[in-house]
Design a protein around this ligand. Structure first.
Ligand SMILES: [Cu+2]
Length: 255
């Protein structure tokens, strides 16, 4: 009985293969769909450089004398990282993201790869980060001292995580977009970090040379916002057609 059903199914399969092969005009119709998906995935790119005018304020020195293990990690007095300036007035740690223009209802899958926030030398690394809604945030303590990280959030549920010893790891995730979630340490008043939480992957943090790249953008007109913790925000409108690459620079006034 089973054998007969199998042979009938097998015969039908053979018939299907034969009929497909004979309809030569039907075959080329299939490929365009995957090609369109590929284009959307490649998308357009916005690159730029962030600079500032004027004189960058000096970052306050950090007195780590009560945390010898952290202090020992520095050759010179560590400072806060409110304004991290590079060569030629380049500005690092600017969160750049698509504030508007991504079609409503379009959803994006968060990476399963965690963004790591390390507490090392009693400072946060990185100081500014971007993360997608639902993407894991791995909070790591590299210092042999107690850190207690607190998330100050409005759209997201605040959290408070105590990590008393080196090597501890805690994973959290954000449930809603928010620019920015402030992260600080209850033990060390100088420790601050900022997380830009987005529903899509269209964001970047400017590097030491001020550069940033946002890629994979579908065609459209976008409002781009650049956020800096001391210098405020700036916006620009950028239109992307096809898979083109556009340049959008931002210049902040030091204050
Ligand atoms: Cu701390």
């Amino acid at each position: 009985m089973t054998g007969r059903i199998f042979s009938v199914v097998g015969g039908m399969f053979l018939l299907t293969v034969c009929s497909k092969g004979s309809q030569s005009s039907a075959a080329p119709a299939a490929p365009p769909a995957p090609a369109a998906v590929e284009n959307a995935a490649a998308g357009g790119t916005i690159t730029g450089t962030i600079k500032f005018t004027g004189v960058a304020p000096k970052n306050p020195p950090i007195d780590m004398s009560e945390e010898a293990a952290c202090k020992a990690k520095y050759k010179t007095t560590p400072t806060e990282e409110n304004v991290v300036a590079g060569p030629a007035n380049a500005l690092a740690n600017v969160f750049v993201y698509v504030k508007a223009g991504v079609p409503a209802g379009q959803t994006f899958t968060a990476p399963t790869t965690a963004v790591v926030l390390d507490q090392d030398g009693c400072r946060y690394h990185p100081h500014v980060l971007g993360i997608m809604v639902g993407q894991p945030l791995e909070i790591l303590n590299t210092d042999p001292v107690l850190h207690n990280i607190k998330a100050i959030a409005k759209a997201n549920r605040p959290f408070n995580v105590s990590q008393p010893s080196a090597g501890m790891k805690t994973t959290r995730a954000f449930t809603a977009p928010e620019v920015m979630v402030n992260l600080e340490c209850n033990v060390h008043g100088w420790m601050h970090a900022y997380a830009g939480v987005r529903p899509d992957p269209f964001f970047a943090v400017s590097a030491a040379n001020g550069s940033f790249t946002i890629s994979g953008l579908p065609p459209g007109t976008y409002t781009i916002e650049a956020w800096h913790e001391k210098f405020g925000t700036q916006t620009a409108t950028v239109t992307i057609a096809g898979t083109e690459s556009k340049t959008q620079n931002f210049t902040f006034a030091a204050r």
